[in-house]
Design a protein. Structure first.
Length: 637
């Protein structure tokens, strides 16, 4: 088999068209269903942090008809189609009186229906991207390549996630793939009409996210390499560029009216990326390694498919340059590679370490490269083992691969959609915390609370302990709850400790959270609750000690602690400062509240003031005094 045959994936037999469309329909229905299921739970602002940016831009438009965006993190096409759908739903709600179609509640907040509409549009963008990638694959290597590339993209966890949340990334991905498909058509049949259509898609891509600029490179490369007349190529490209600029300005006119909106937002994002790079010590060249790491990570293609993508794209670059004049697909592959090279190069100039989600536009082309690598390898195997054995081997490999990758994607969606048993524990503890805020939880289970989840209430101070048995029993008794794995009760060596802790409290104060299908997944957890009630609070001040600059002592206004049960809530003067609290020489734990602010308050464990209270800092810089809140407690029922 020649290298030209490998480049063009010259299979002896073609798939029947009916089979192709049936397989594609099955893939699209499965992908759409999986993403729609992923989008359904938690139709509010507590699930995805980044959804607020598009909704904040839409709120003045929907309520007051004001087009000016609140901020410029993302341009118009990333949220205006959603705004059109939301406005239509609101008008239908007023016309029919059906409250389910309303997008604002009585307090002016977005309803679950609004979140569902926005996420469904993202699901449609994500599923449409798969269909467009199939069409691109057909042009580059046939039906097999198109189907396989679309499948490999559909199971990428980060594509699944971005196809759900209301954010600019999936709109960008859709418009990038659409633009590349129209670019291929424009180069195949060059005309003013085809180039204008490509320019329209470029304008939409630029209006989805500002990093879409490289999407104009493939049609430029293709025009100059395919057209004998450079003048005609220039005329066609100028027409496409004019249309793209008009579309871009029509969707975000405030780029000209008030460019500071976008400049401030872009500067904010750039500073965040630069701080991350400085903290990790990464230079500009690290970006290329970061790209490879991202592609082979479990969030993208995984080690096997990611490696295949990197090797496949490298092989395609060599073969496309070598056979540019004698292969009909060499130029389309060069167009795809030109986009990848330009995209990566511009990011290397812009920032030393972008967020992993910024590599998502690479993923469709990586899927094409991996699919080509698999099929090119299959052609080589077929030549060695013969057609009959090859059919058996190829069918076995495809069934195993699609089954495994499909199962992994379904499993990922299930785990991102159905709460963990730890989430159910947090729901229970937060329900109790609404009545008694400021609870202190001692847990062996690591809840892994994310910054944007609904549990950011500032009511729970969770202390993760490697093993409850190594913690002083008095400190455990003064916690509001202990959490551990139910399997510890049956442990032959340590089960006695956990059974003893369980038997010491009333049965009504023992809660067991079990996994069940579509309700919770994860280990079975036991929660032992110790009810405490607040009896009051007062303000005070930490004051730096004269004898030791690292030590602070508390002063209280008209407060005699005596031996009453107390705790202290405070903010450290610097986020990075470590501190140690002692009462009468005994160490008292300091726990961080998982609150909504970045500078989360700290709380001490409960204690009785049997001696001097001292707070020792790790550094001496900062303020000489800062405030505290003294809380008093009693055992409750």
């Amino acid at each position: 088999m020649t290298s030209t045959q490998r480049l063009e994936l010259d299979f002896p037999t073609a798939l029947r068209q009916r089979t192709v469309w049936v397989l594609l329909a099955m893939l699209l229905v499965w992908s759409f269903s999986l993403r729609l299921w992923y989008a359904t739970p938690s139709l509010d602002s507590t699930r995805f942090w980044d959804e607020r940016y598009g909704l904040e831009n839409l709120e003045p438009l929907l309520k007051e008809g004001r087009l000016r965006p609140v901020h410029g993190f993302h341009p118009g096409f990333s949220y205006l189609p959603h705004g059109l759908a939301l406005k239509t739903s609101e008008l239908l709600s007023r016309a029919t009186g059906w409250d389910k179609l309303a997008i604002f509640d009585d307090q002016g907040r977005y309803t679950p229906s609004a979140y569902m509409i926005c996420r469904t549009i993202s699901v449609l963008f994500g599923t449409s991207t798969l269909f467009l990638l199939f069409l691109i694959g057909r042009r580059l290597g046939g039906d097999r390549l198109g189907l396989l590339a679309a499948f490999l993209l559909s199971v990428v966890p980060w594509h699944l996630r971005q196809s759900v949340l209301f954010k600019a990334d999936i709109a960008l991905l859709f418009t990038v793939v659409l633009t590349f498909y129209l670019s291929l058509r424009a180069i195949e049949k060059p005309s003013i009409r085809s180039f204008v259509a490509t320019g329209l898609a470029i304008g939409l891509a630029l209006s989805s996210k500002f990093n879409a600029g490289p999407v104009a490179v493939p049609v430029t490369v293709g025009a100059f390499l395919s057209q004998r007349s450079r003048r005609r190529a220039l005329v066609l490209l100028v027409a496409a560029a004019a249309v793209s600029v008009l579309v871009f300005l029509a969707l975000q006119p405030y780029v000209l009216i008030d460019p500071d909106i976008y400049r401030r937002s872009m500067n904010t994002t750039s500073r965040v990326y630069e701080r991350v790079a400085e903290r990790k010590g990464h230079g500009r060249l690290y970006l290329f390694w970061h790209l490879v790491q991202t592609l082979v990570s479990s969030s993208f293609h995984g080690p096997l498919i990611g490696t295949l993508a990197v090797v496949g794209l490298g092989s395609l670059a060599f073969l496309s340059v070598r056979h540019r004049r004698d292969s009909k697909v060499a130029l389309p592959w060069l167009m795809a590679l030109s986009y990848l090279i330009t995209y990566v190069a511009l990011y290397a100039l812009a920032t030393p370490r972008p967020s992993p989600h910024n590599w998502l536009p690479i993923s469709p082309f990586a899927s094409l490269g991996a699919a080509w690598g698999l099929l090119a390898g299959g052609l080589s195997v077929r030549q060695r083992i013969g057609p009959r054995r090859w059919r058996i081997v190829s069918a076995t490999v495809m069934v195993f691969m699609t089954g495994y990758l499909g199962w992994q994607a379904s499993r990922y969606t299930y785990r991102e959609t159905v709460p963990r048993t730890g989430d159910r524990v947090l729901e229970f503890l937060n329900y109790r915390a609404k009545r008694v805020p400021g609870q202190h939880i001692c847990s062996e289970y690591d809840f892994g609370i994310k910054f944007y989840t609904r549990h950011r209430m500032g009511r729970l101070a969770i202390q993760t302990i490697e093993e409850l048995g190594s913690h002083p029993a008095m400190n455990l008794n003064l916690c509001d709850a202990e959490v551990f794995l139910a399997s510890k009760l049956q442990d032959p060596s340590r089960g006695g400790f956990y059974r003893d802790r369980t038997s010491r409290i009333a049965q009504r104060d023992v809660v067991v959270i079990e996994p069940s299908f579509a309700h919770a997944w994860g280990p079975q957890l036991v929660v032992l609750t110790h009810p405490y009630r607040p009896t009051g609070e007062s303000q005070g001040t930490w004051v730096r000690s004269q004898s030791d600059p690292l030590v602070f002592v508390p002063t209280f206004a008209d407060e005699d602690l005596g031996r009453r049960l107390s705790s202290i809530v405070f903010h450290l003067p610097r986020k990075t400062v470590a501190a140690e609290l002692t009462v009468g020489g005994q160490r008292v734990p300091i726990v961080t509240f998982r609150g909504p602010r970045r500078n989360w308050p700290r709380t001490s464990g409960r204690f009785r003031a049997t001696g001097e209270i001292r707070l020792r800092m790790s550094r001496a810089d900062g303020k000489d005094s800062f405030s505290l809140t003294l809380k008093r407690w009693r055992k409750g029922k």
